[in-house]
Unconditional design. Structure first.
Length: 430
């Protein structure tokens, strides 16, 4: 049996007459101990009481007797309790009776064994996926976010003893073993897929769907990073950034999971949408919605910058200078700049007094569906001498450029859905 081979690895057997030359006589009984990890080859199982004759601190072994025979073997110190009277050993054995023959297979890599039965206890051992450990007994400990399970006293194959919550353990009886050395269990495929996904703010999906990429609001670093490999999850938003190391992810309700040892829980709405709930140090809850994207935000931003540049280049190539007898001369300049002179009739109602004549051009706002049939886009002009933007619907025509003043109050979510009720329309000839 694979389990037994692991347990007895490194154990050396000696005859009694050879041991006598190294240790004191085996007839000097030290007491009785309880086996903690089975040795099926010797017909010894956890919970069995055996006589203990010698302890070697140098070799870190006990010499024990095998009941019903005259044979004696060496056993690592960790594999048996310290020798006491037979009566006390029988009392000790009762403590292990409930989980006699019970071992556990570790489901997930990186789970911690702690010095106390609580998730805040000191970490004394880190388990590996598919590692086998021995369950000694059940203890009373702090609940783990109302998850089903128990705090178990466990021992590892290097002799470390500590506490581990049972949720991510598969318990099995030694007499039955593990079929094919594996455990057949339901795999949470949705969770596995979610943990492999890089999540972005839900607003990004809205931008993509409406073809309104706001390059100032879309940031490739923002979103939720599960940390499936690193076991470090990150919540990065425009106004804050959080990072937590976690042991694993546990299901606590239908489609709801907790990142252990963090204030984060996750609700899976569907394979492409999750909601992260976060509680700050005062216990105040907040929720953030995230989505999976087919395209990388960096690529979307690059494409949007290119689209805007194409629009500006069209203004350059069609002009670059446009003139109006009433509203002056508007000239577009390489580097997304402009020069506007002779606009006195627009000041101060549209263009503030003292704005100057030079500034920068942006095409960062979008047309609503109905307006997209009327105009080519929205020009946002920022004069060098003023902070505020001045926006205009624009349309390139065969003979020139048509502008319509767009009050900023009509722009919502970077999109203009309607015109002013009393629009100011201007035409500039080439």
């Amino acid at each position: 049996m694979l389990l037994a081979m692991k347990a007895v690895k490194g154990i050396t057997f000696f005859c009694v007459f050879l041991l006598a030359h190294i240790f004191i006589s085996c007839s000097n009984l030290m007491g009785y101990g309880v086996i903690l990890w089975s040795i099926p080859e010797e017909n010894l199982y956890d919970g069995d009481i055996v006589p203990v004759y010698i302890k070697s601190n140098i070799n870190e072994v006990y010499v024990i007797g095998i009941p019903g025979t005259d044979r004696k073997i060496e056993l690592p110190l960790w594999q048996i309790t310290d020798p006491v009277s037979k009566k006390d050993a029988e009392k000790n054995a009762l403590r292990f009776q409930e989980y006699k023959g019970v071992y556990a297979l570790v489901k997930e890599d990186g789970l911690f064994v702690r010095n106390e039965p609580t998730n805040t206890g000191r970490q004394i051992y880190r388990l590996k996926q598919d590692e086998i450990i021995k369950v000694l007994y059940k203890g009373k400990g702090a609940p783990v976010a109302n998850f089903e399970g128990d705090w178990l006293r466990v021992i590892m194959q290097d002799g470390t003893i500590g506490w581990r919550f049972s949720y991510n353990l598969t318990l099995f009886n030694e007499s039955e073993g593990i079929k094919g050395n594996t455990v057949v269990e339901e795999v949470d495929e949705v969770l596995e897929s979610v943990l492999k996904t890089r999540w972005y703010p839900e607003s990004y999906q809205t931008m993509i769907r409406n073809n309104t990429i706001d390059i100032e609001a879309m940031n490739p670093s923002h979103g939720f990073i599960t940390g499936a490999q690193s076991k470090i999850t990150e919540l990065i938003m425009p106004s804050f950034s959080l990072s937590y190391s976690y042991e694993g992810v546990q299901k606590i309700d239908k489609n709801v999971y907790e990142f252990l040892n963090t204030p984060l829980t996750m609700t899976i709405k569907n394979p492409s949408a999750v909601v992260i709930q976060y509680k700050d140090s005062s216990g105040k809850p907040s929720s953030y919605s995230f989505t999976a994207l087919a395209d990388n935000p960096a690529d979307l931003i690059s494409a949007e910058k290119s689209r805007r540049q194409v629009l500006f280049n069209a203004l350059l190539s069609s002009g670059p200078s446009y003139s109006s007898s009433n509203y002056g001369v508007l000239q577009f300049i390489e580097g997304n700049s402009f020069l506007w002179t002779g606009y006195s009739l627009l000041s101060p109602s549209v263009i503030p007094s003292g704005a100057g004549s030079r500034g920068k051009v942006e095409l960062k706002y979008f047309l609503g569906k109905e307006l997209s049939f009327v105009y080519d886009g929205i020009l946002s002009l920022s004069f060098d001498s003023r902070d505020e933007e001045i926006c205009f619907f624009y349309k390139l025509e065969e003979t020139g450029l048509r502008l319509e003043h767009l009050p900023f109050s009509l722009i919502s979510n970077n999109t203009a859905e309607r015109q002013s009720s009393n629009p100011l329309v201007m035409f500039f000839a080439r």
